[in-house]
Design a protein around this ligand. Structure first.
Ligand code: GTQ
Length: 343
């Protein structure tokens, strides 16, 4: 490897002249932006333990009425990226959102793509482009870029979900903006996951229009994902049990930016994930266990916890239970890495 010149080796007067003209010499910073073989990763391995976040989120419910929040969210910010930047990974924003019974988070739309993963509570629904999507624990609900969405809660007790957005990416592209609208009028009582996309490989053959761009399926019920993973476990006694959430029309990722999946850990399983370039977010839907990165100290997790890990690292997930499976939903930047040719 070359030994590159430093900034200090340059005369101060020369450096000042460069600065005056908004110029920067590359060579002192060359290895910072093009490190040798392995990228610099700011994404820290972290667990935002739900038991720690929940009381503060409920307190936000007392401190800040919905009218003053628009969205009542505590952002899960990775300190490696600077808390103020609200990044869990370079492209992923995470937030835990609270709605109290009878409250509505008003209609709006924005350029970033969003997913909700339901953490606790019953009786809420989010209306996305006119489709009311019921929110049940573990469900994954899409709000693709530009689609109107509003959240309602008609049940008892708080509802909490995890928001996963590509906001940091869209913001960095200087393309992040939102507008508010009147609440949506809809005659539908359910979303398409109940009829048009209720079973793999089967579609209605009347009044059915294909929608090839955004995923036409907005809600991915957890009960079905869970059943699918258990079914896979019946057939595969070894190997990683992992599914991807896809656009049912194309088979591709649900968003061009972020990818979503779910992992089942068999009872007592120690699961070594294939090493990948993309950082990853894990949300524990059921069970408890640990995550270790690059052979480091295992980080414990329980149901409802949300974790992050950097890319280019060896990841091991362990299920603590010797009798029950554990389930995690994942979010990562794979589609983006694929598009860019860096995956
Ligand atoms: O529910 O639409 O966590 O617009 C951040 C921005 C949630 C939402 C967030 C949003 C939303």
């Amino acid at each position: 490897m070359l030994s590159l010149g430093t900034l200090e080796e340059l005369p101060q007067a020369y450096r000042d002249n460069l600065t005056d003209l908004n110029l920067v010499p590359l060579w002192p910073s060359m290895r910072a932006v093009l490190p040798y073989k392995v990228p610099t990763r700011k994404t820290q391995t972290l667990n935002w333990r739900y038991q720690n976040v929940r009381p503060l989120l409920l307190e936000a419910g007392e401190l800040t009425p919905m009218e003053k929040a628009e969205r009542r969210v505590l952002v899960l910010a990775n300190p490696g990226h600077g808390l103020e930047n609200m990044q869990a990974t370079p492209s992923i924003y995470l937030g835990l959102q609270l709605i109290l019974p009878g409250e509505t988070a008003p209609n709006h739309r924005h350029t970033p793509n969003a997913v909700r993963i339901i953490v606790e509570g019953e009786g809420a629904y989010t209306t996305v482009a006119g489709e009311p999507c019921r929110m049940e624990r573990g469900d994954l609900i899409l709000t693709p870029s530009g689609k109107w969405h509003e959240h309602h809660h008609e049940g008892q007790g708080p509802i909490v979900w995890l928001d996963v957005l590509d906001l940091p990416l869209i913001y960095q592209l200087e393309s992040s903006w939102a507008i508010e609208g009147q609440n949506q009028q809809t005659t539908l009582s359910r979303d398409k996951s109940f009829a048009e996309y209720s079973a793999a490989g089967v579609v209605p053959n009347i009044n059915f229009e294909r929608a090839p761009s955004d995923s036409p399926q907005l809600r991915y019920p957890w009960t079905k994902t869970r059943a699918c993973l258990l079914e896979m476990a019946e057939h595969y006694s070894t190997g990683v049990l992992r599914i991807s959430y896809v656009n049912p029309e194309t088979g591709g990722s649900v968003f061009p930016s972020l990818g979503f999946g779910a992992i089942m850990l068999r009872a007592g399983e120690r699961c070594v994930l294939p090493k990948r370039t993309t950082p990853c977010v894990f949300h524990a839907v059921e069970g408890s266990g640990s995550l270790s990165v690059d052979g480091g100290e295992p980080l414990s997790w329980v149901e409802k916890d949300t974790l992050s890990s950097p890319g280019y690292s060896d990841i091991v997930l362990v299920n603590d239970s010797k009798t029950e499976p554990a389930f995690l939903i994942t979010a990562d930047e794979e589609p983006l890495h694929q598009h860019l040719g860096v995956y």
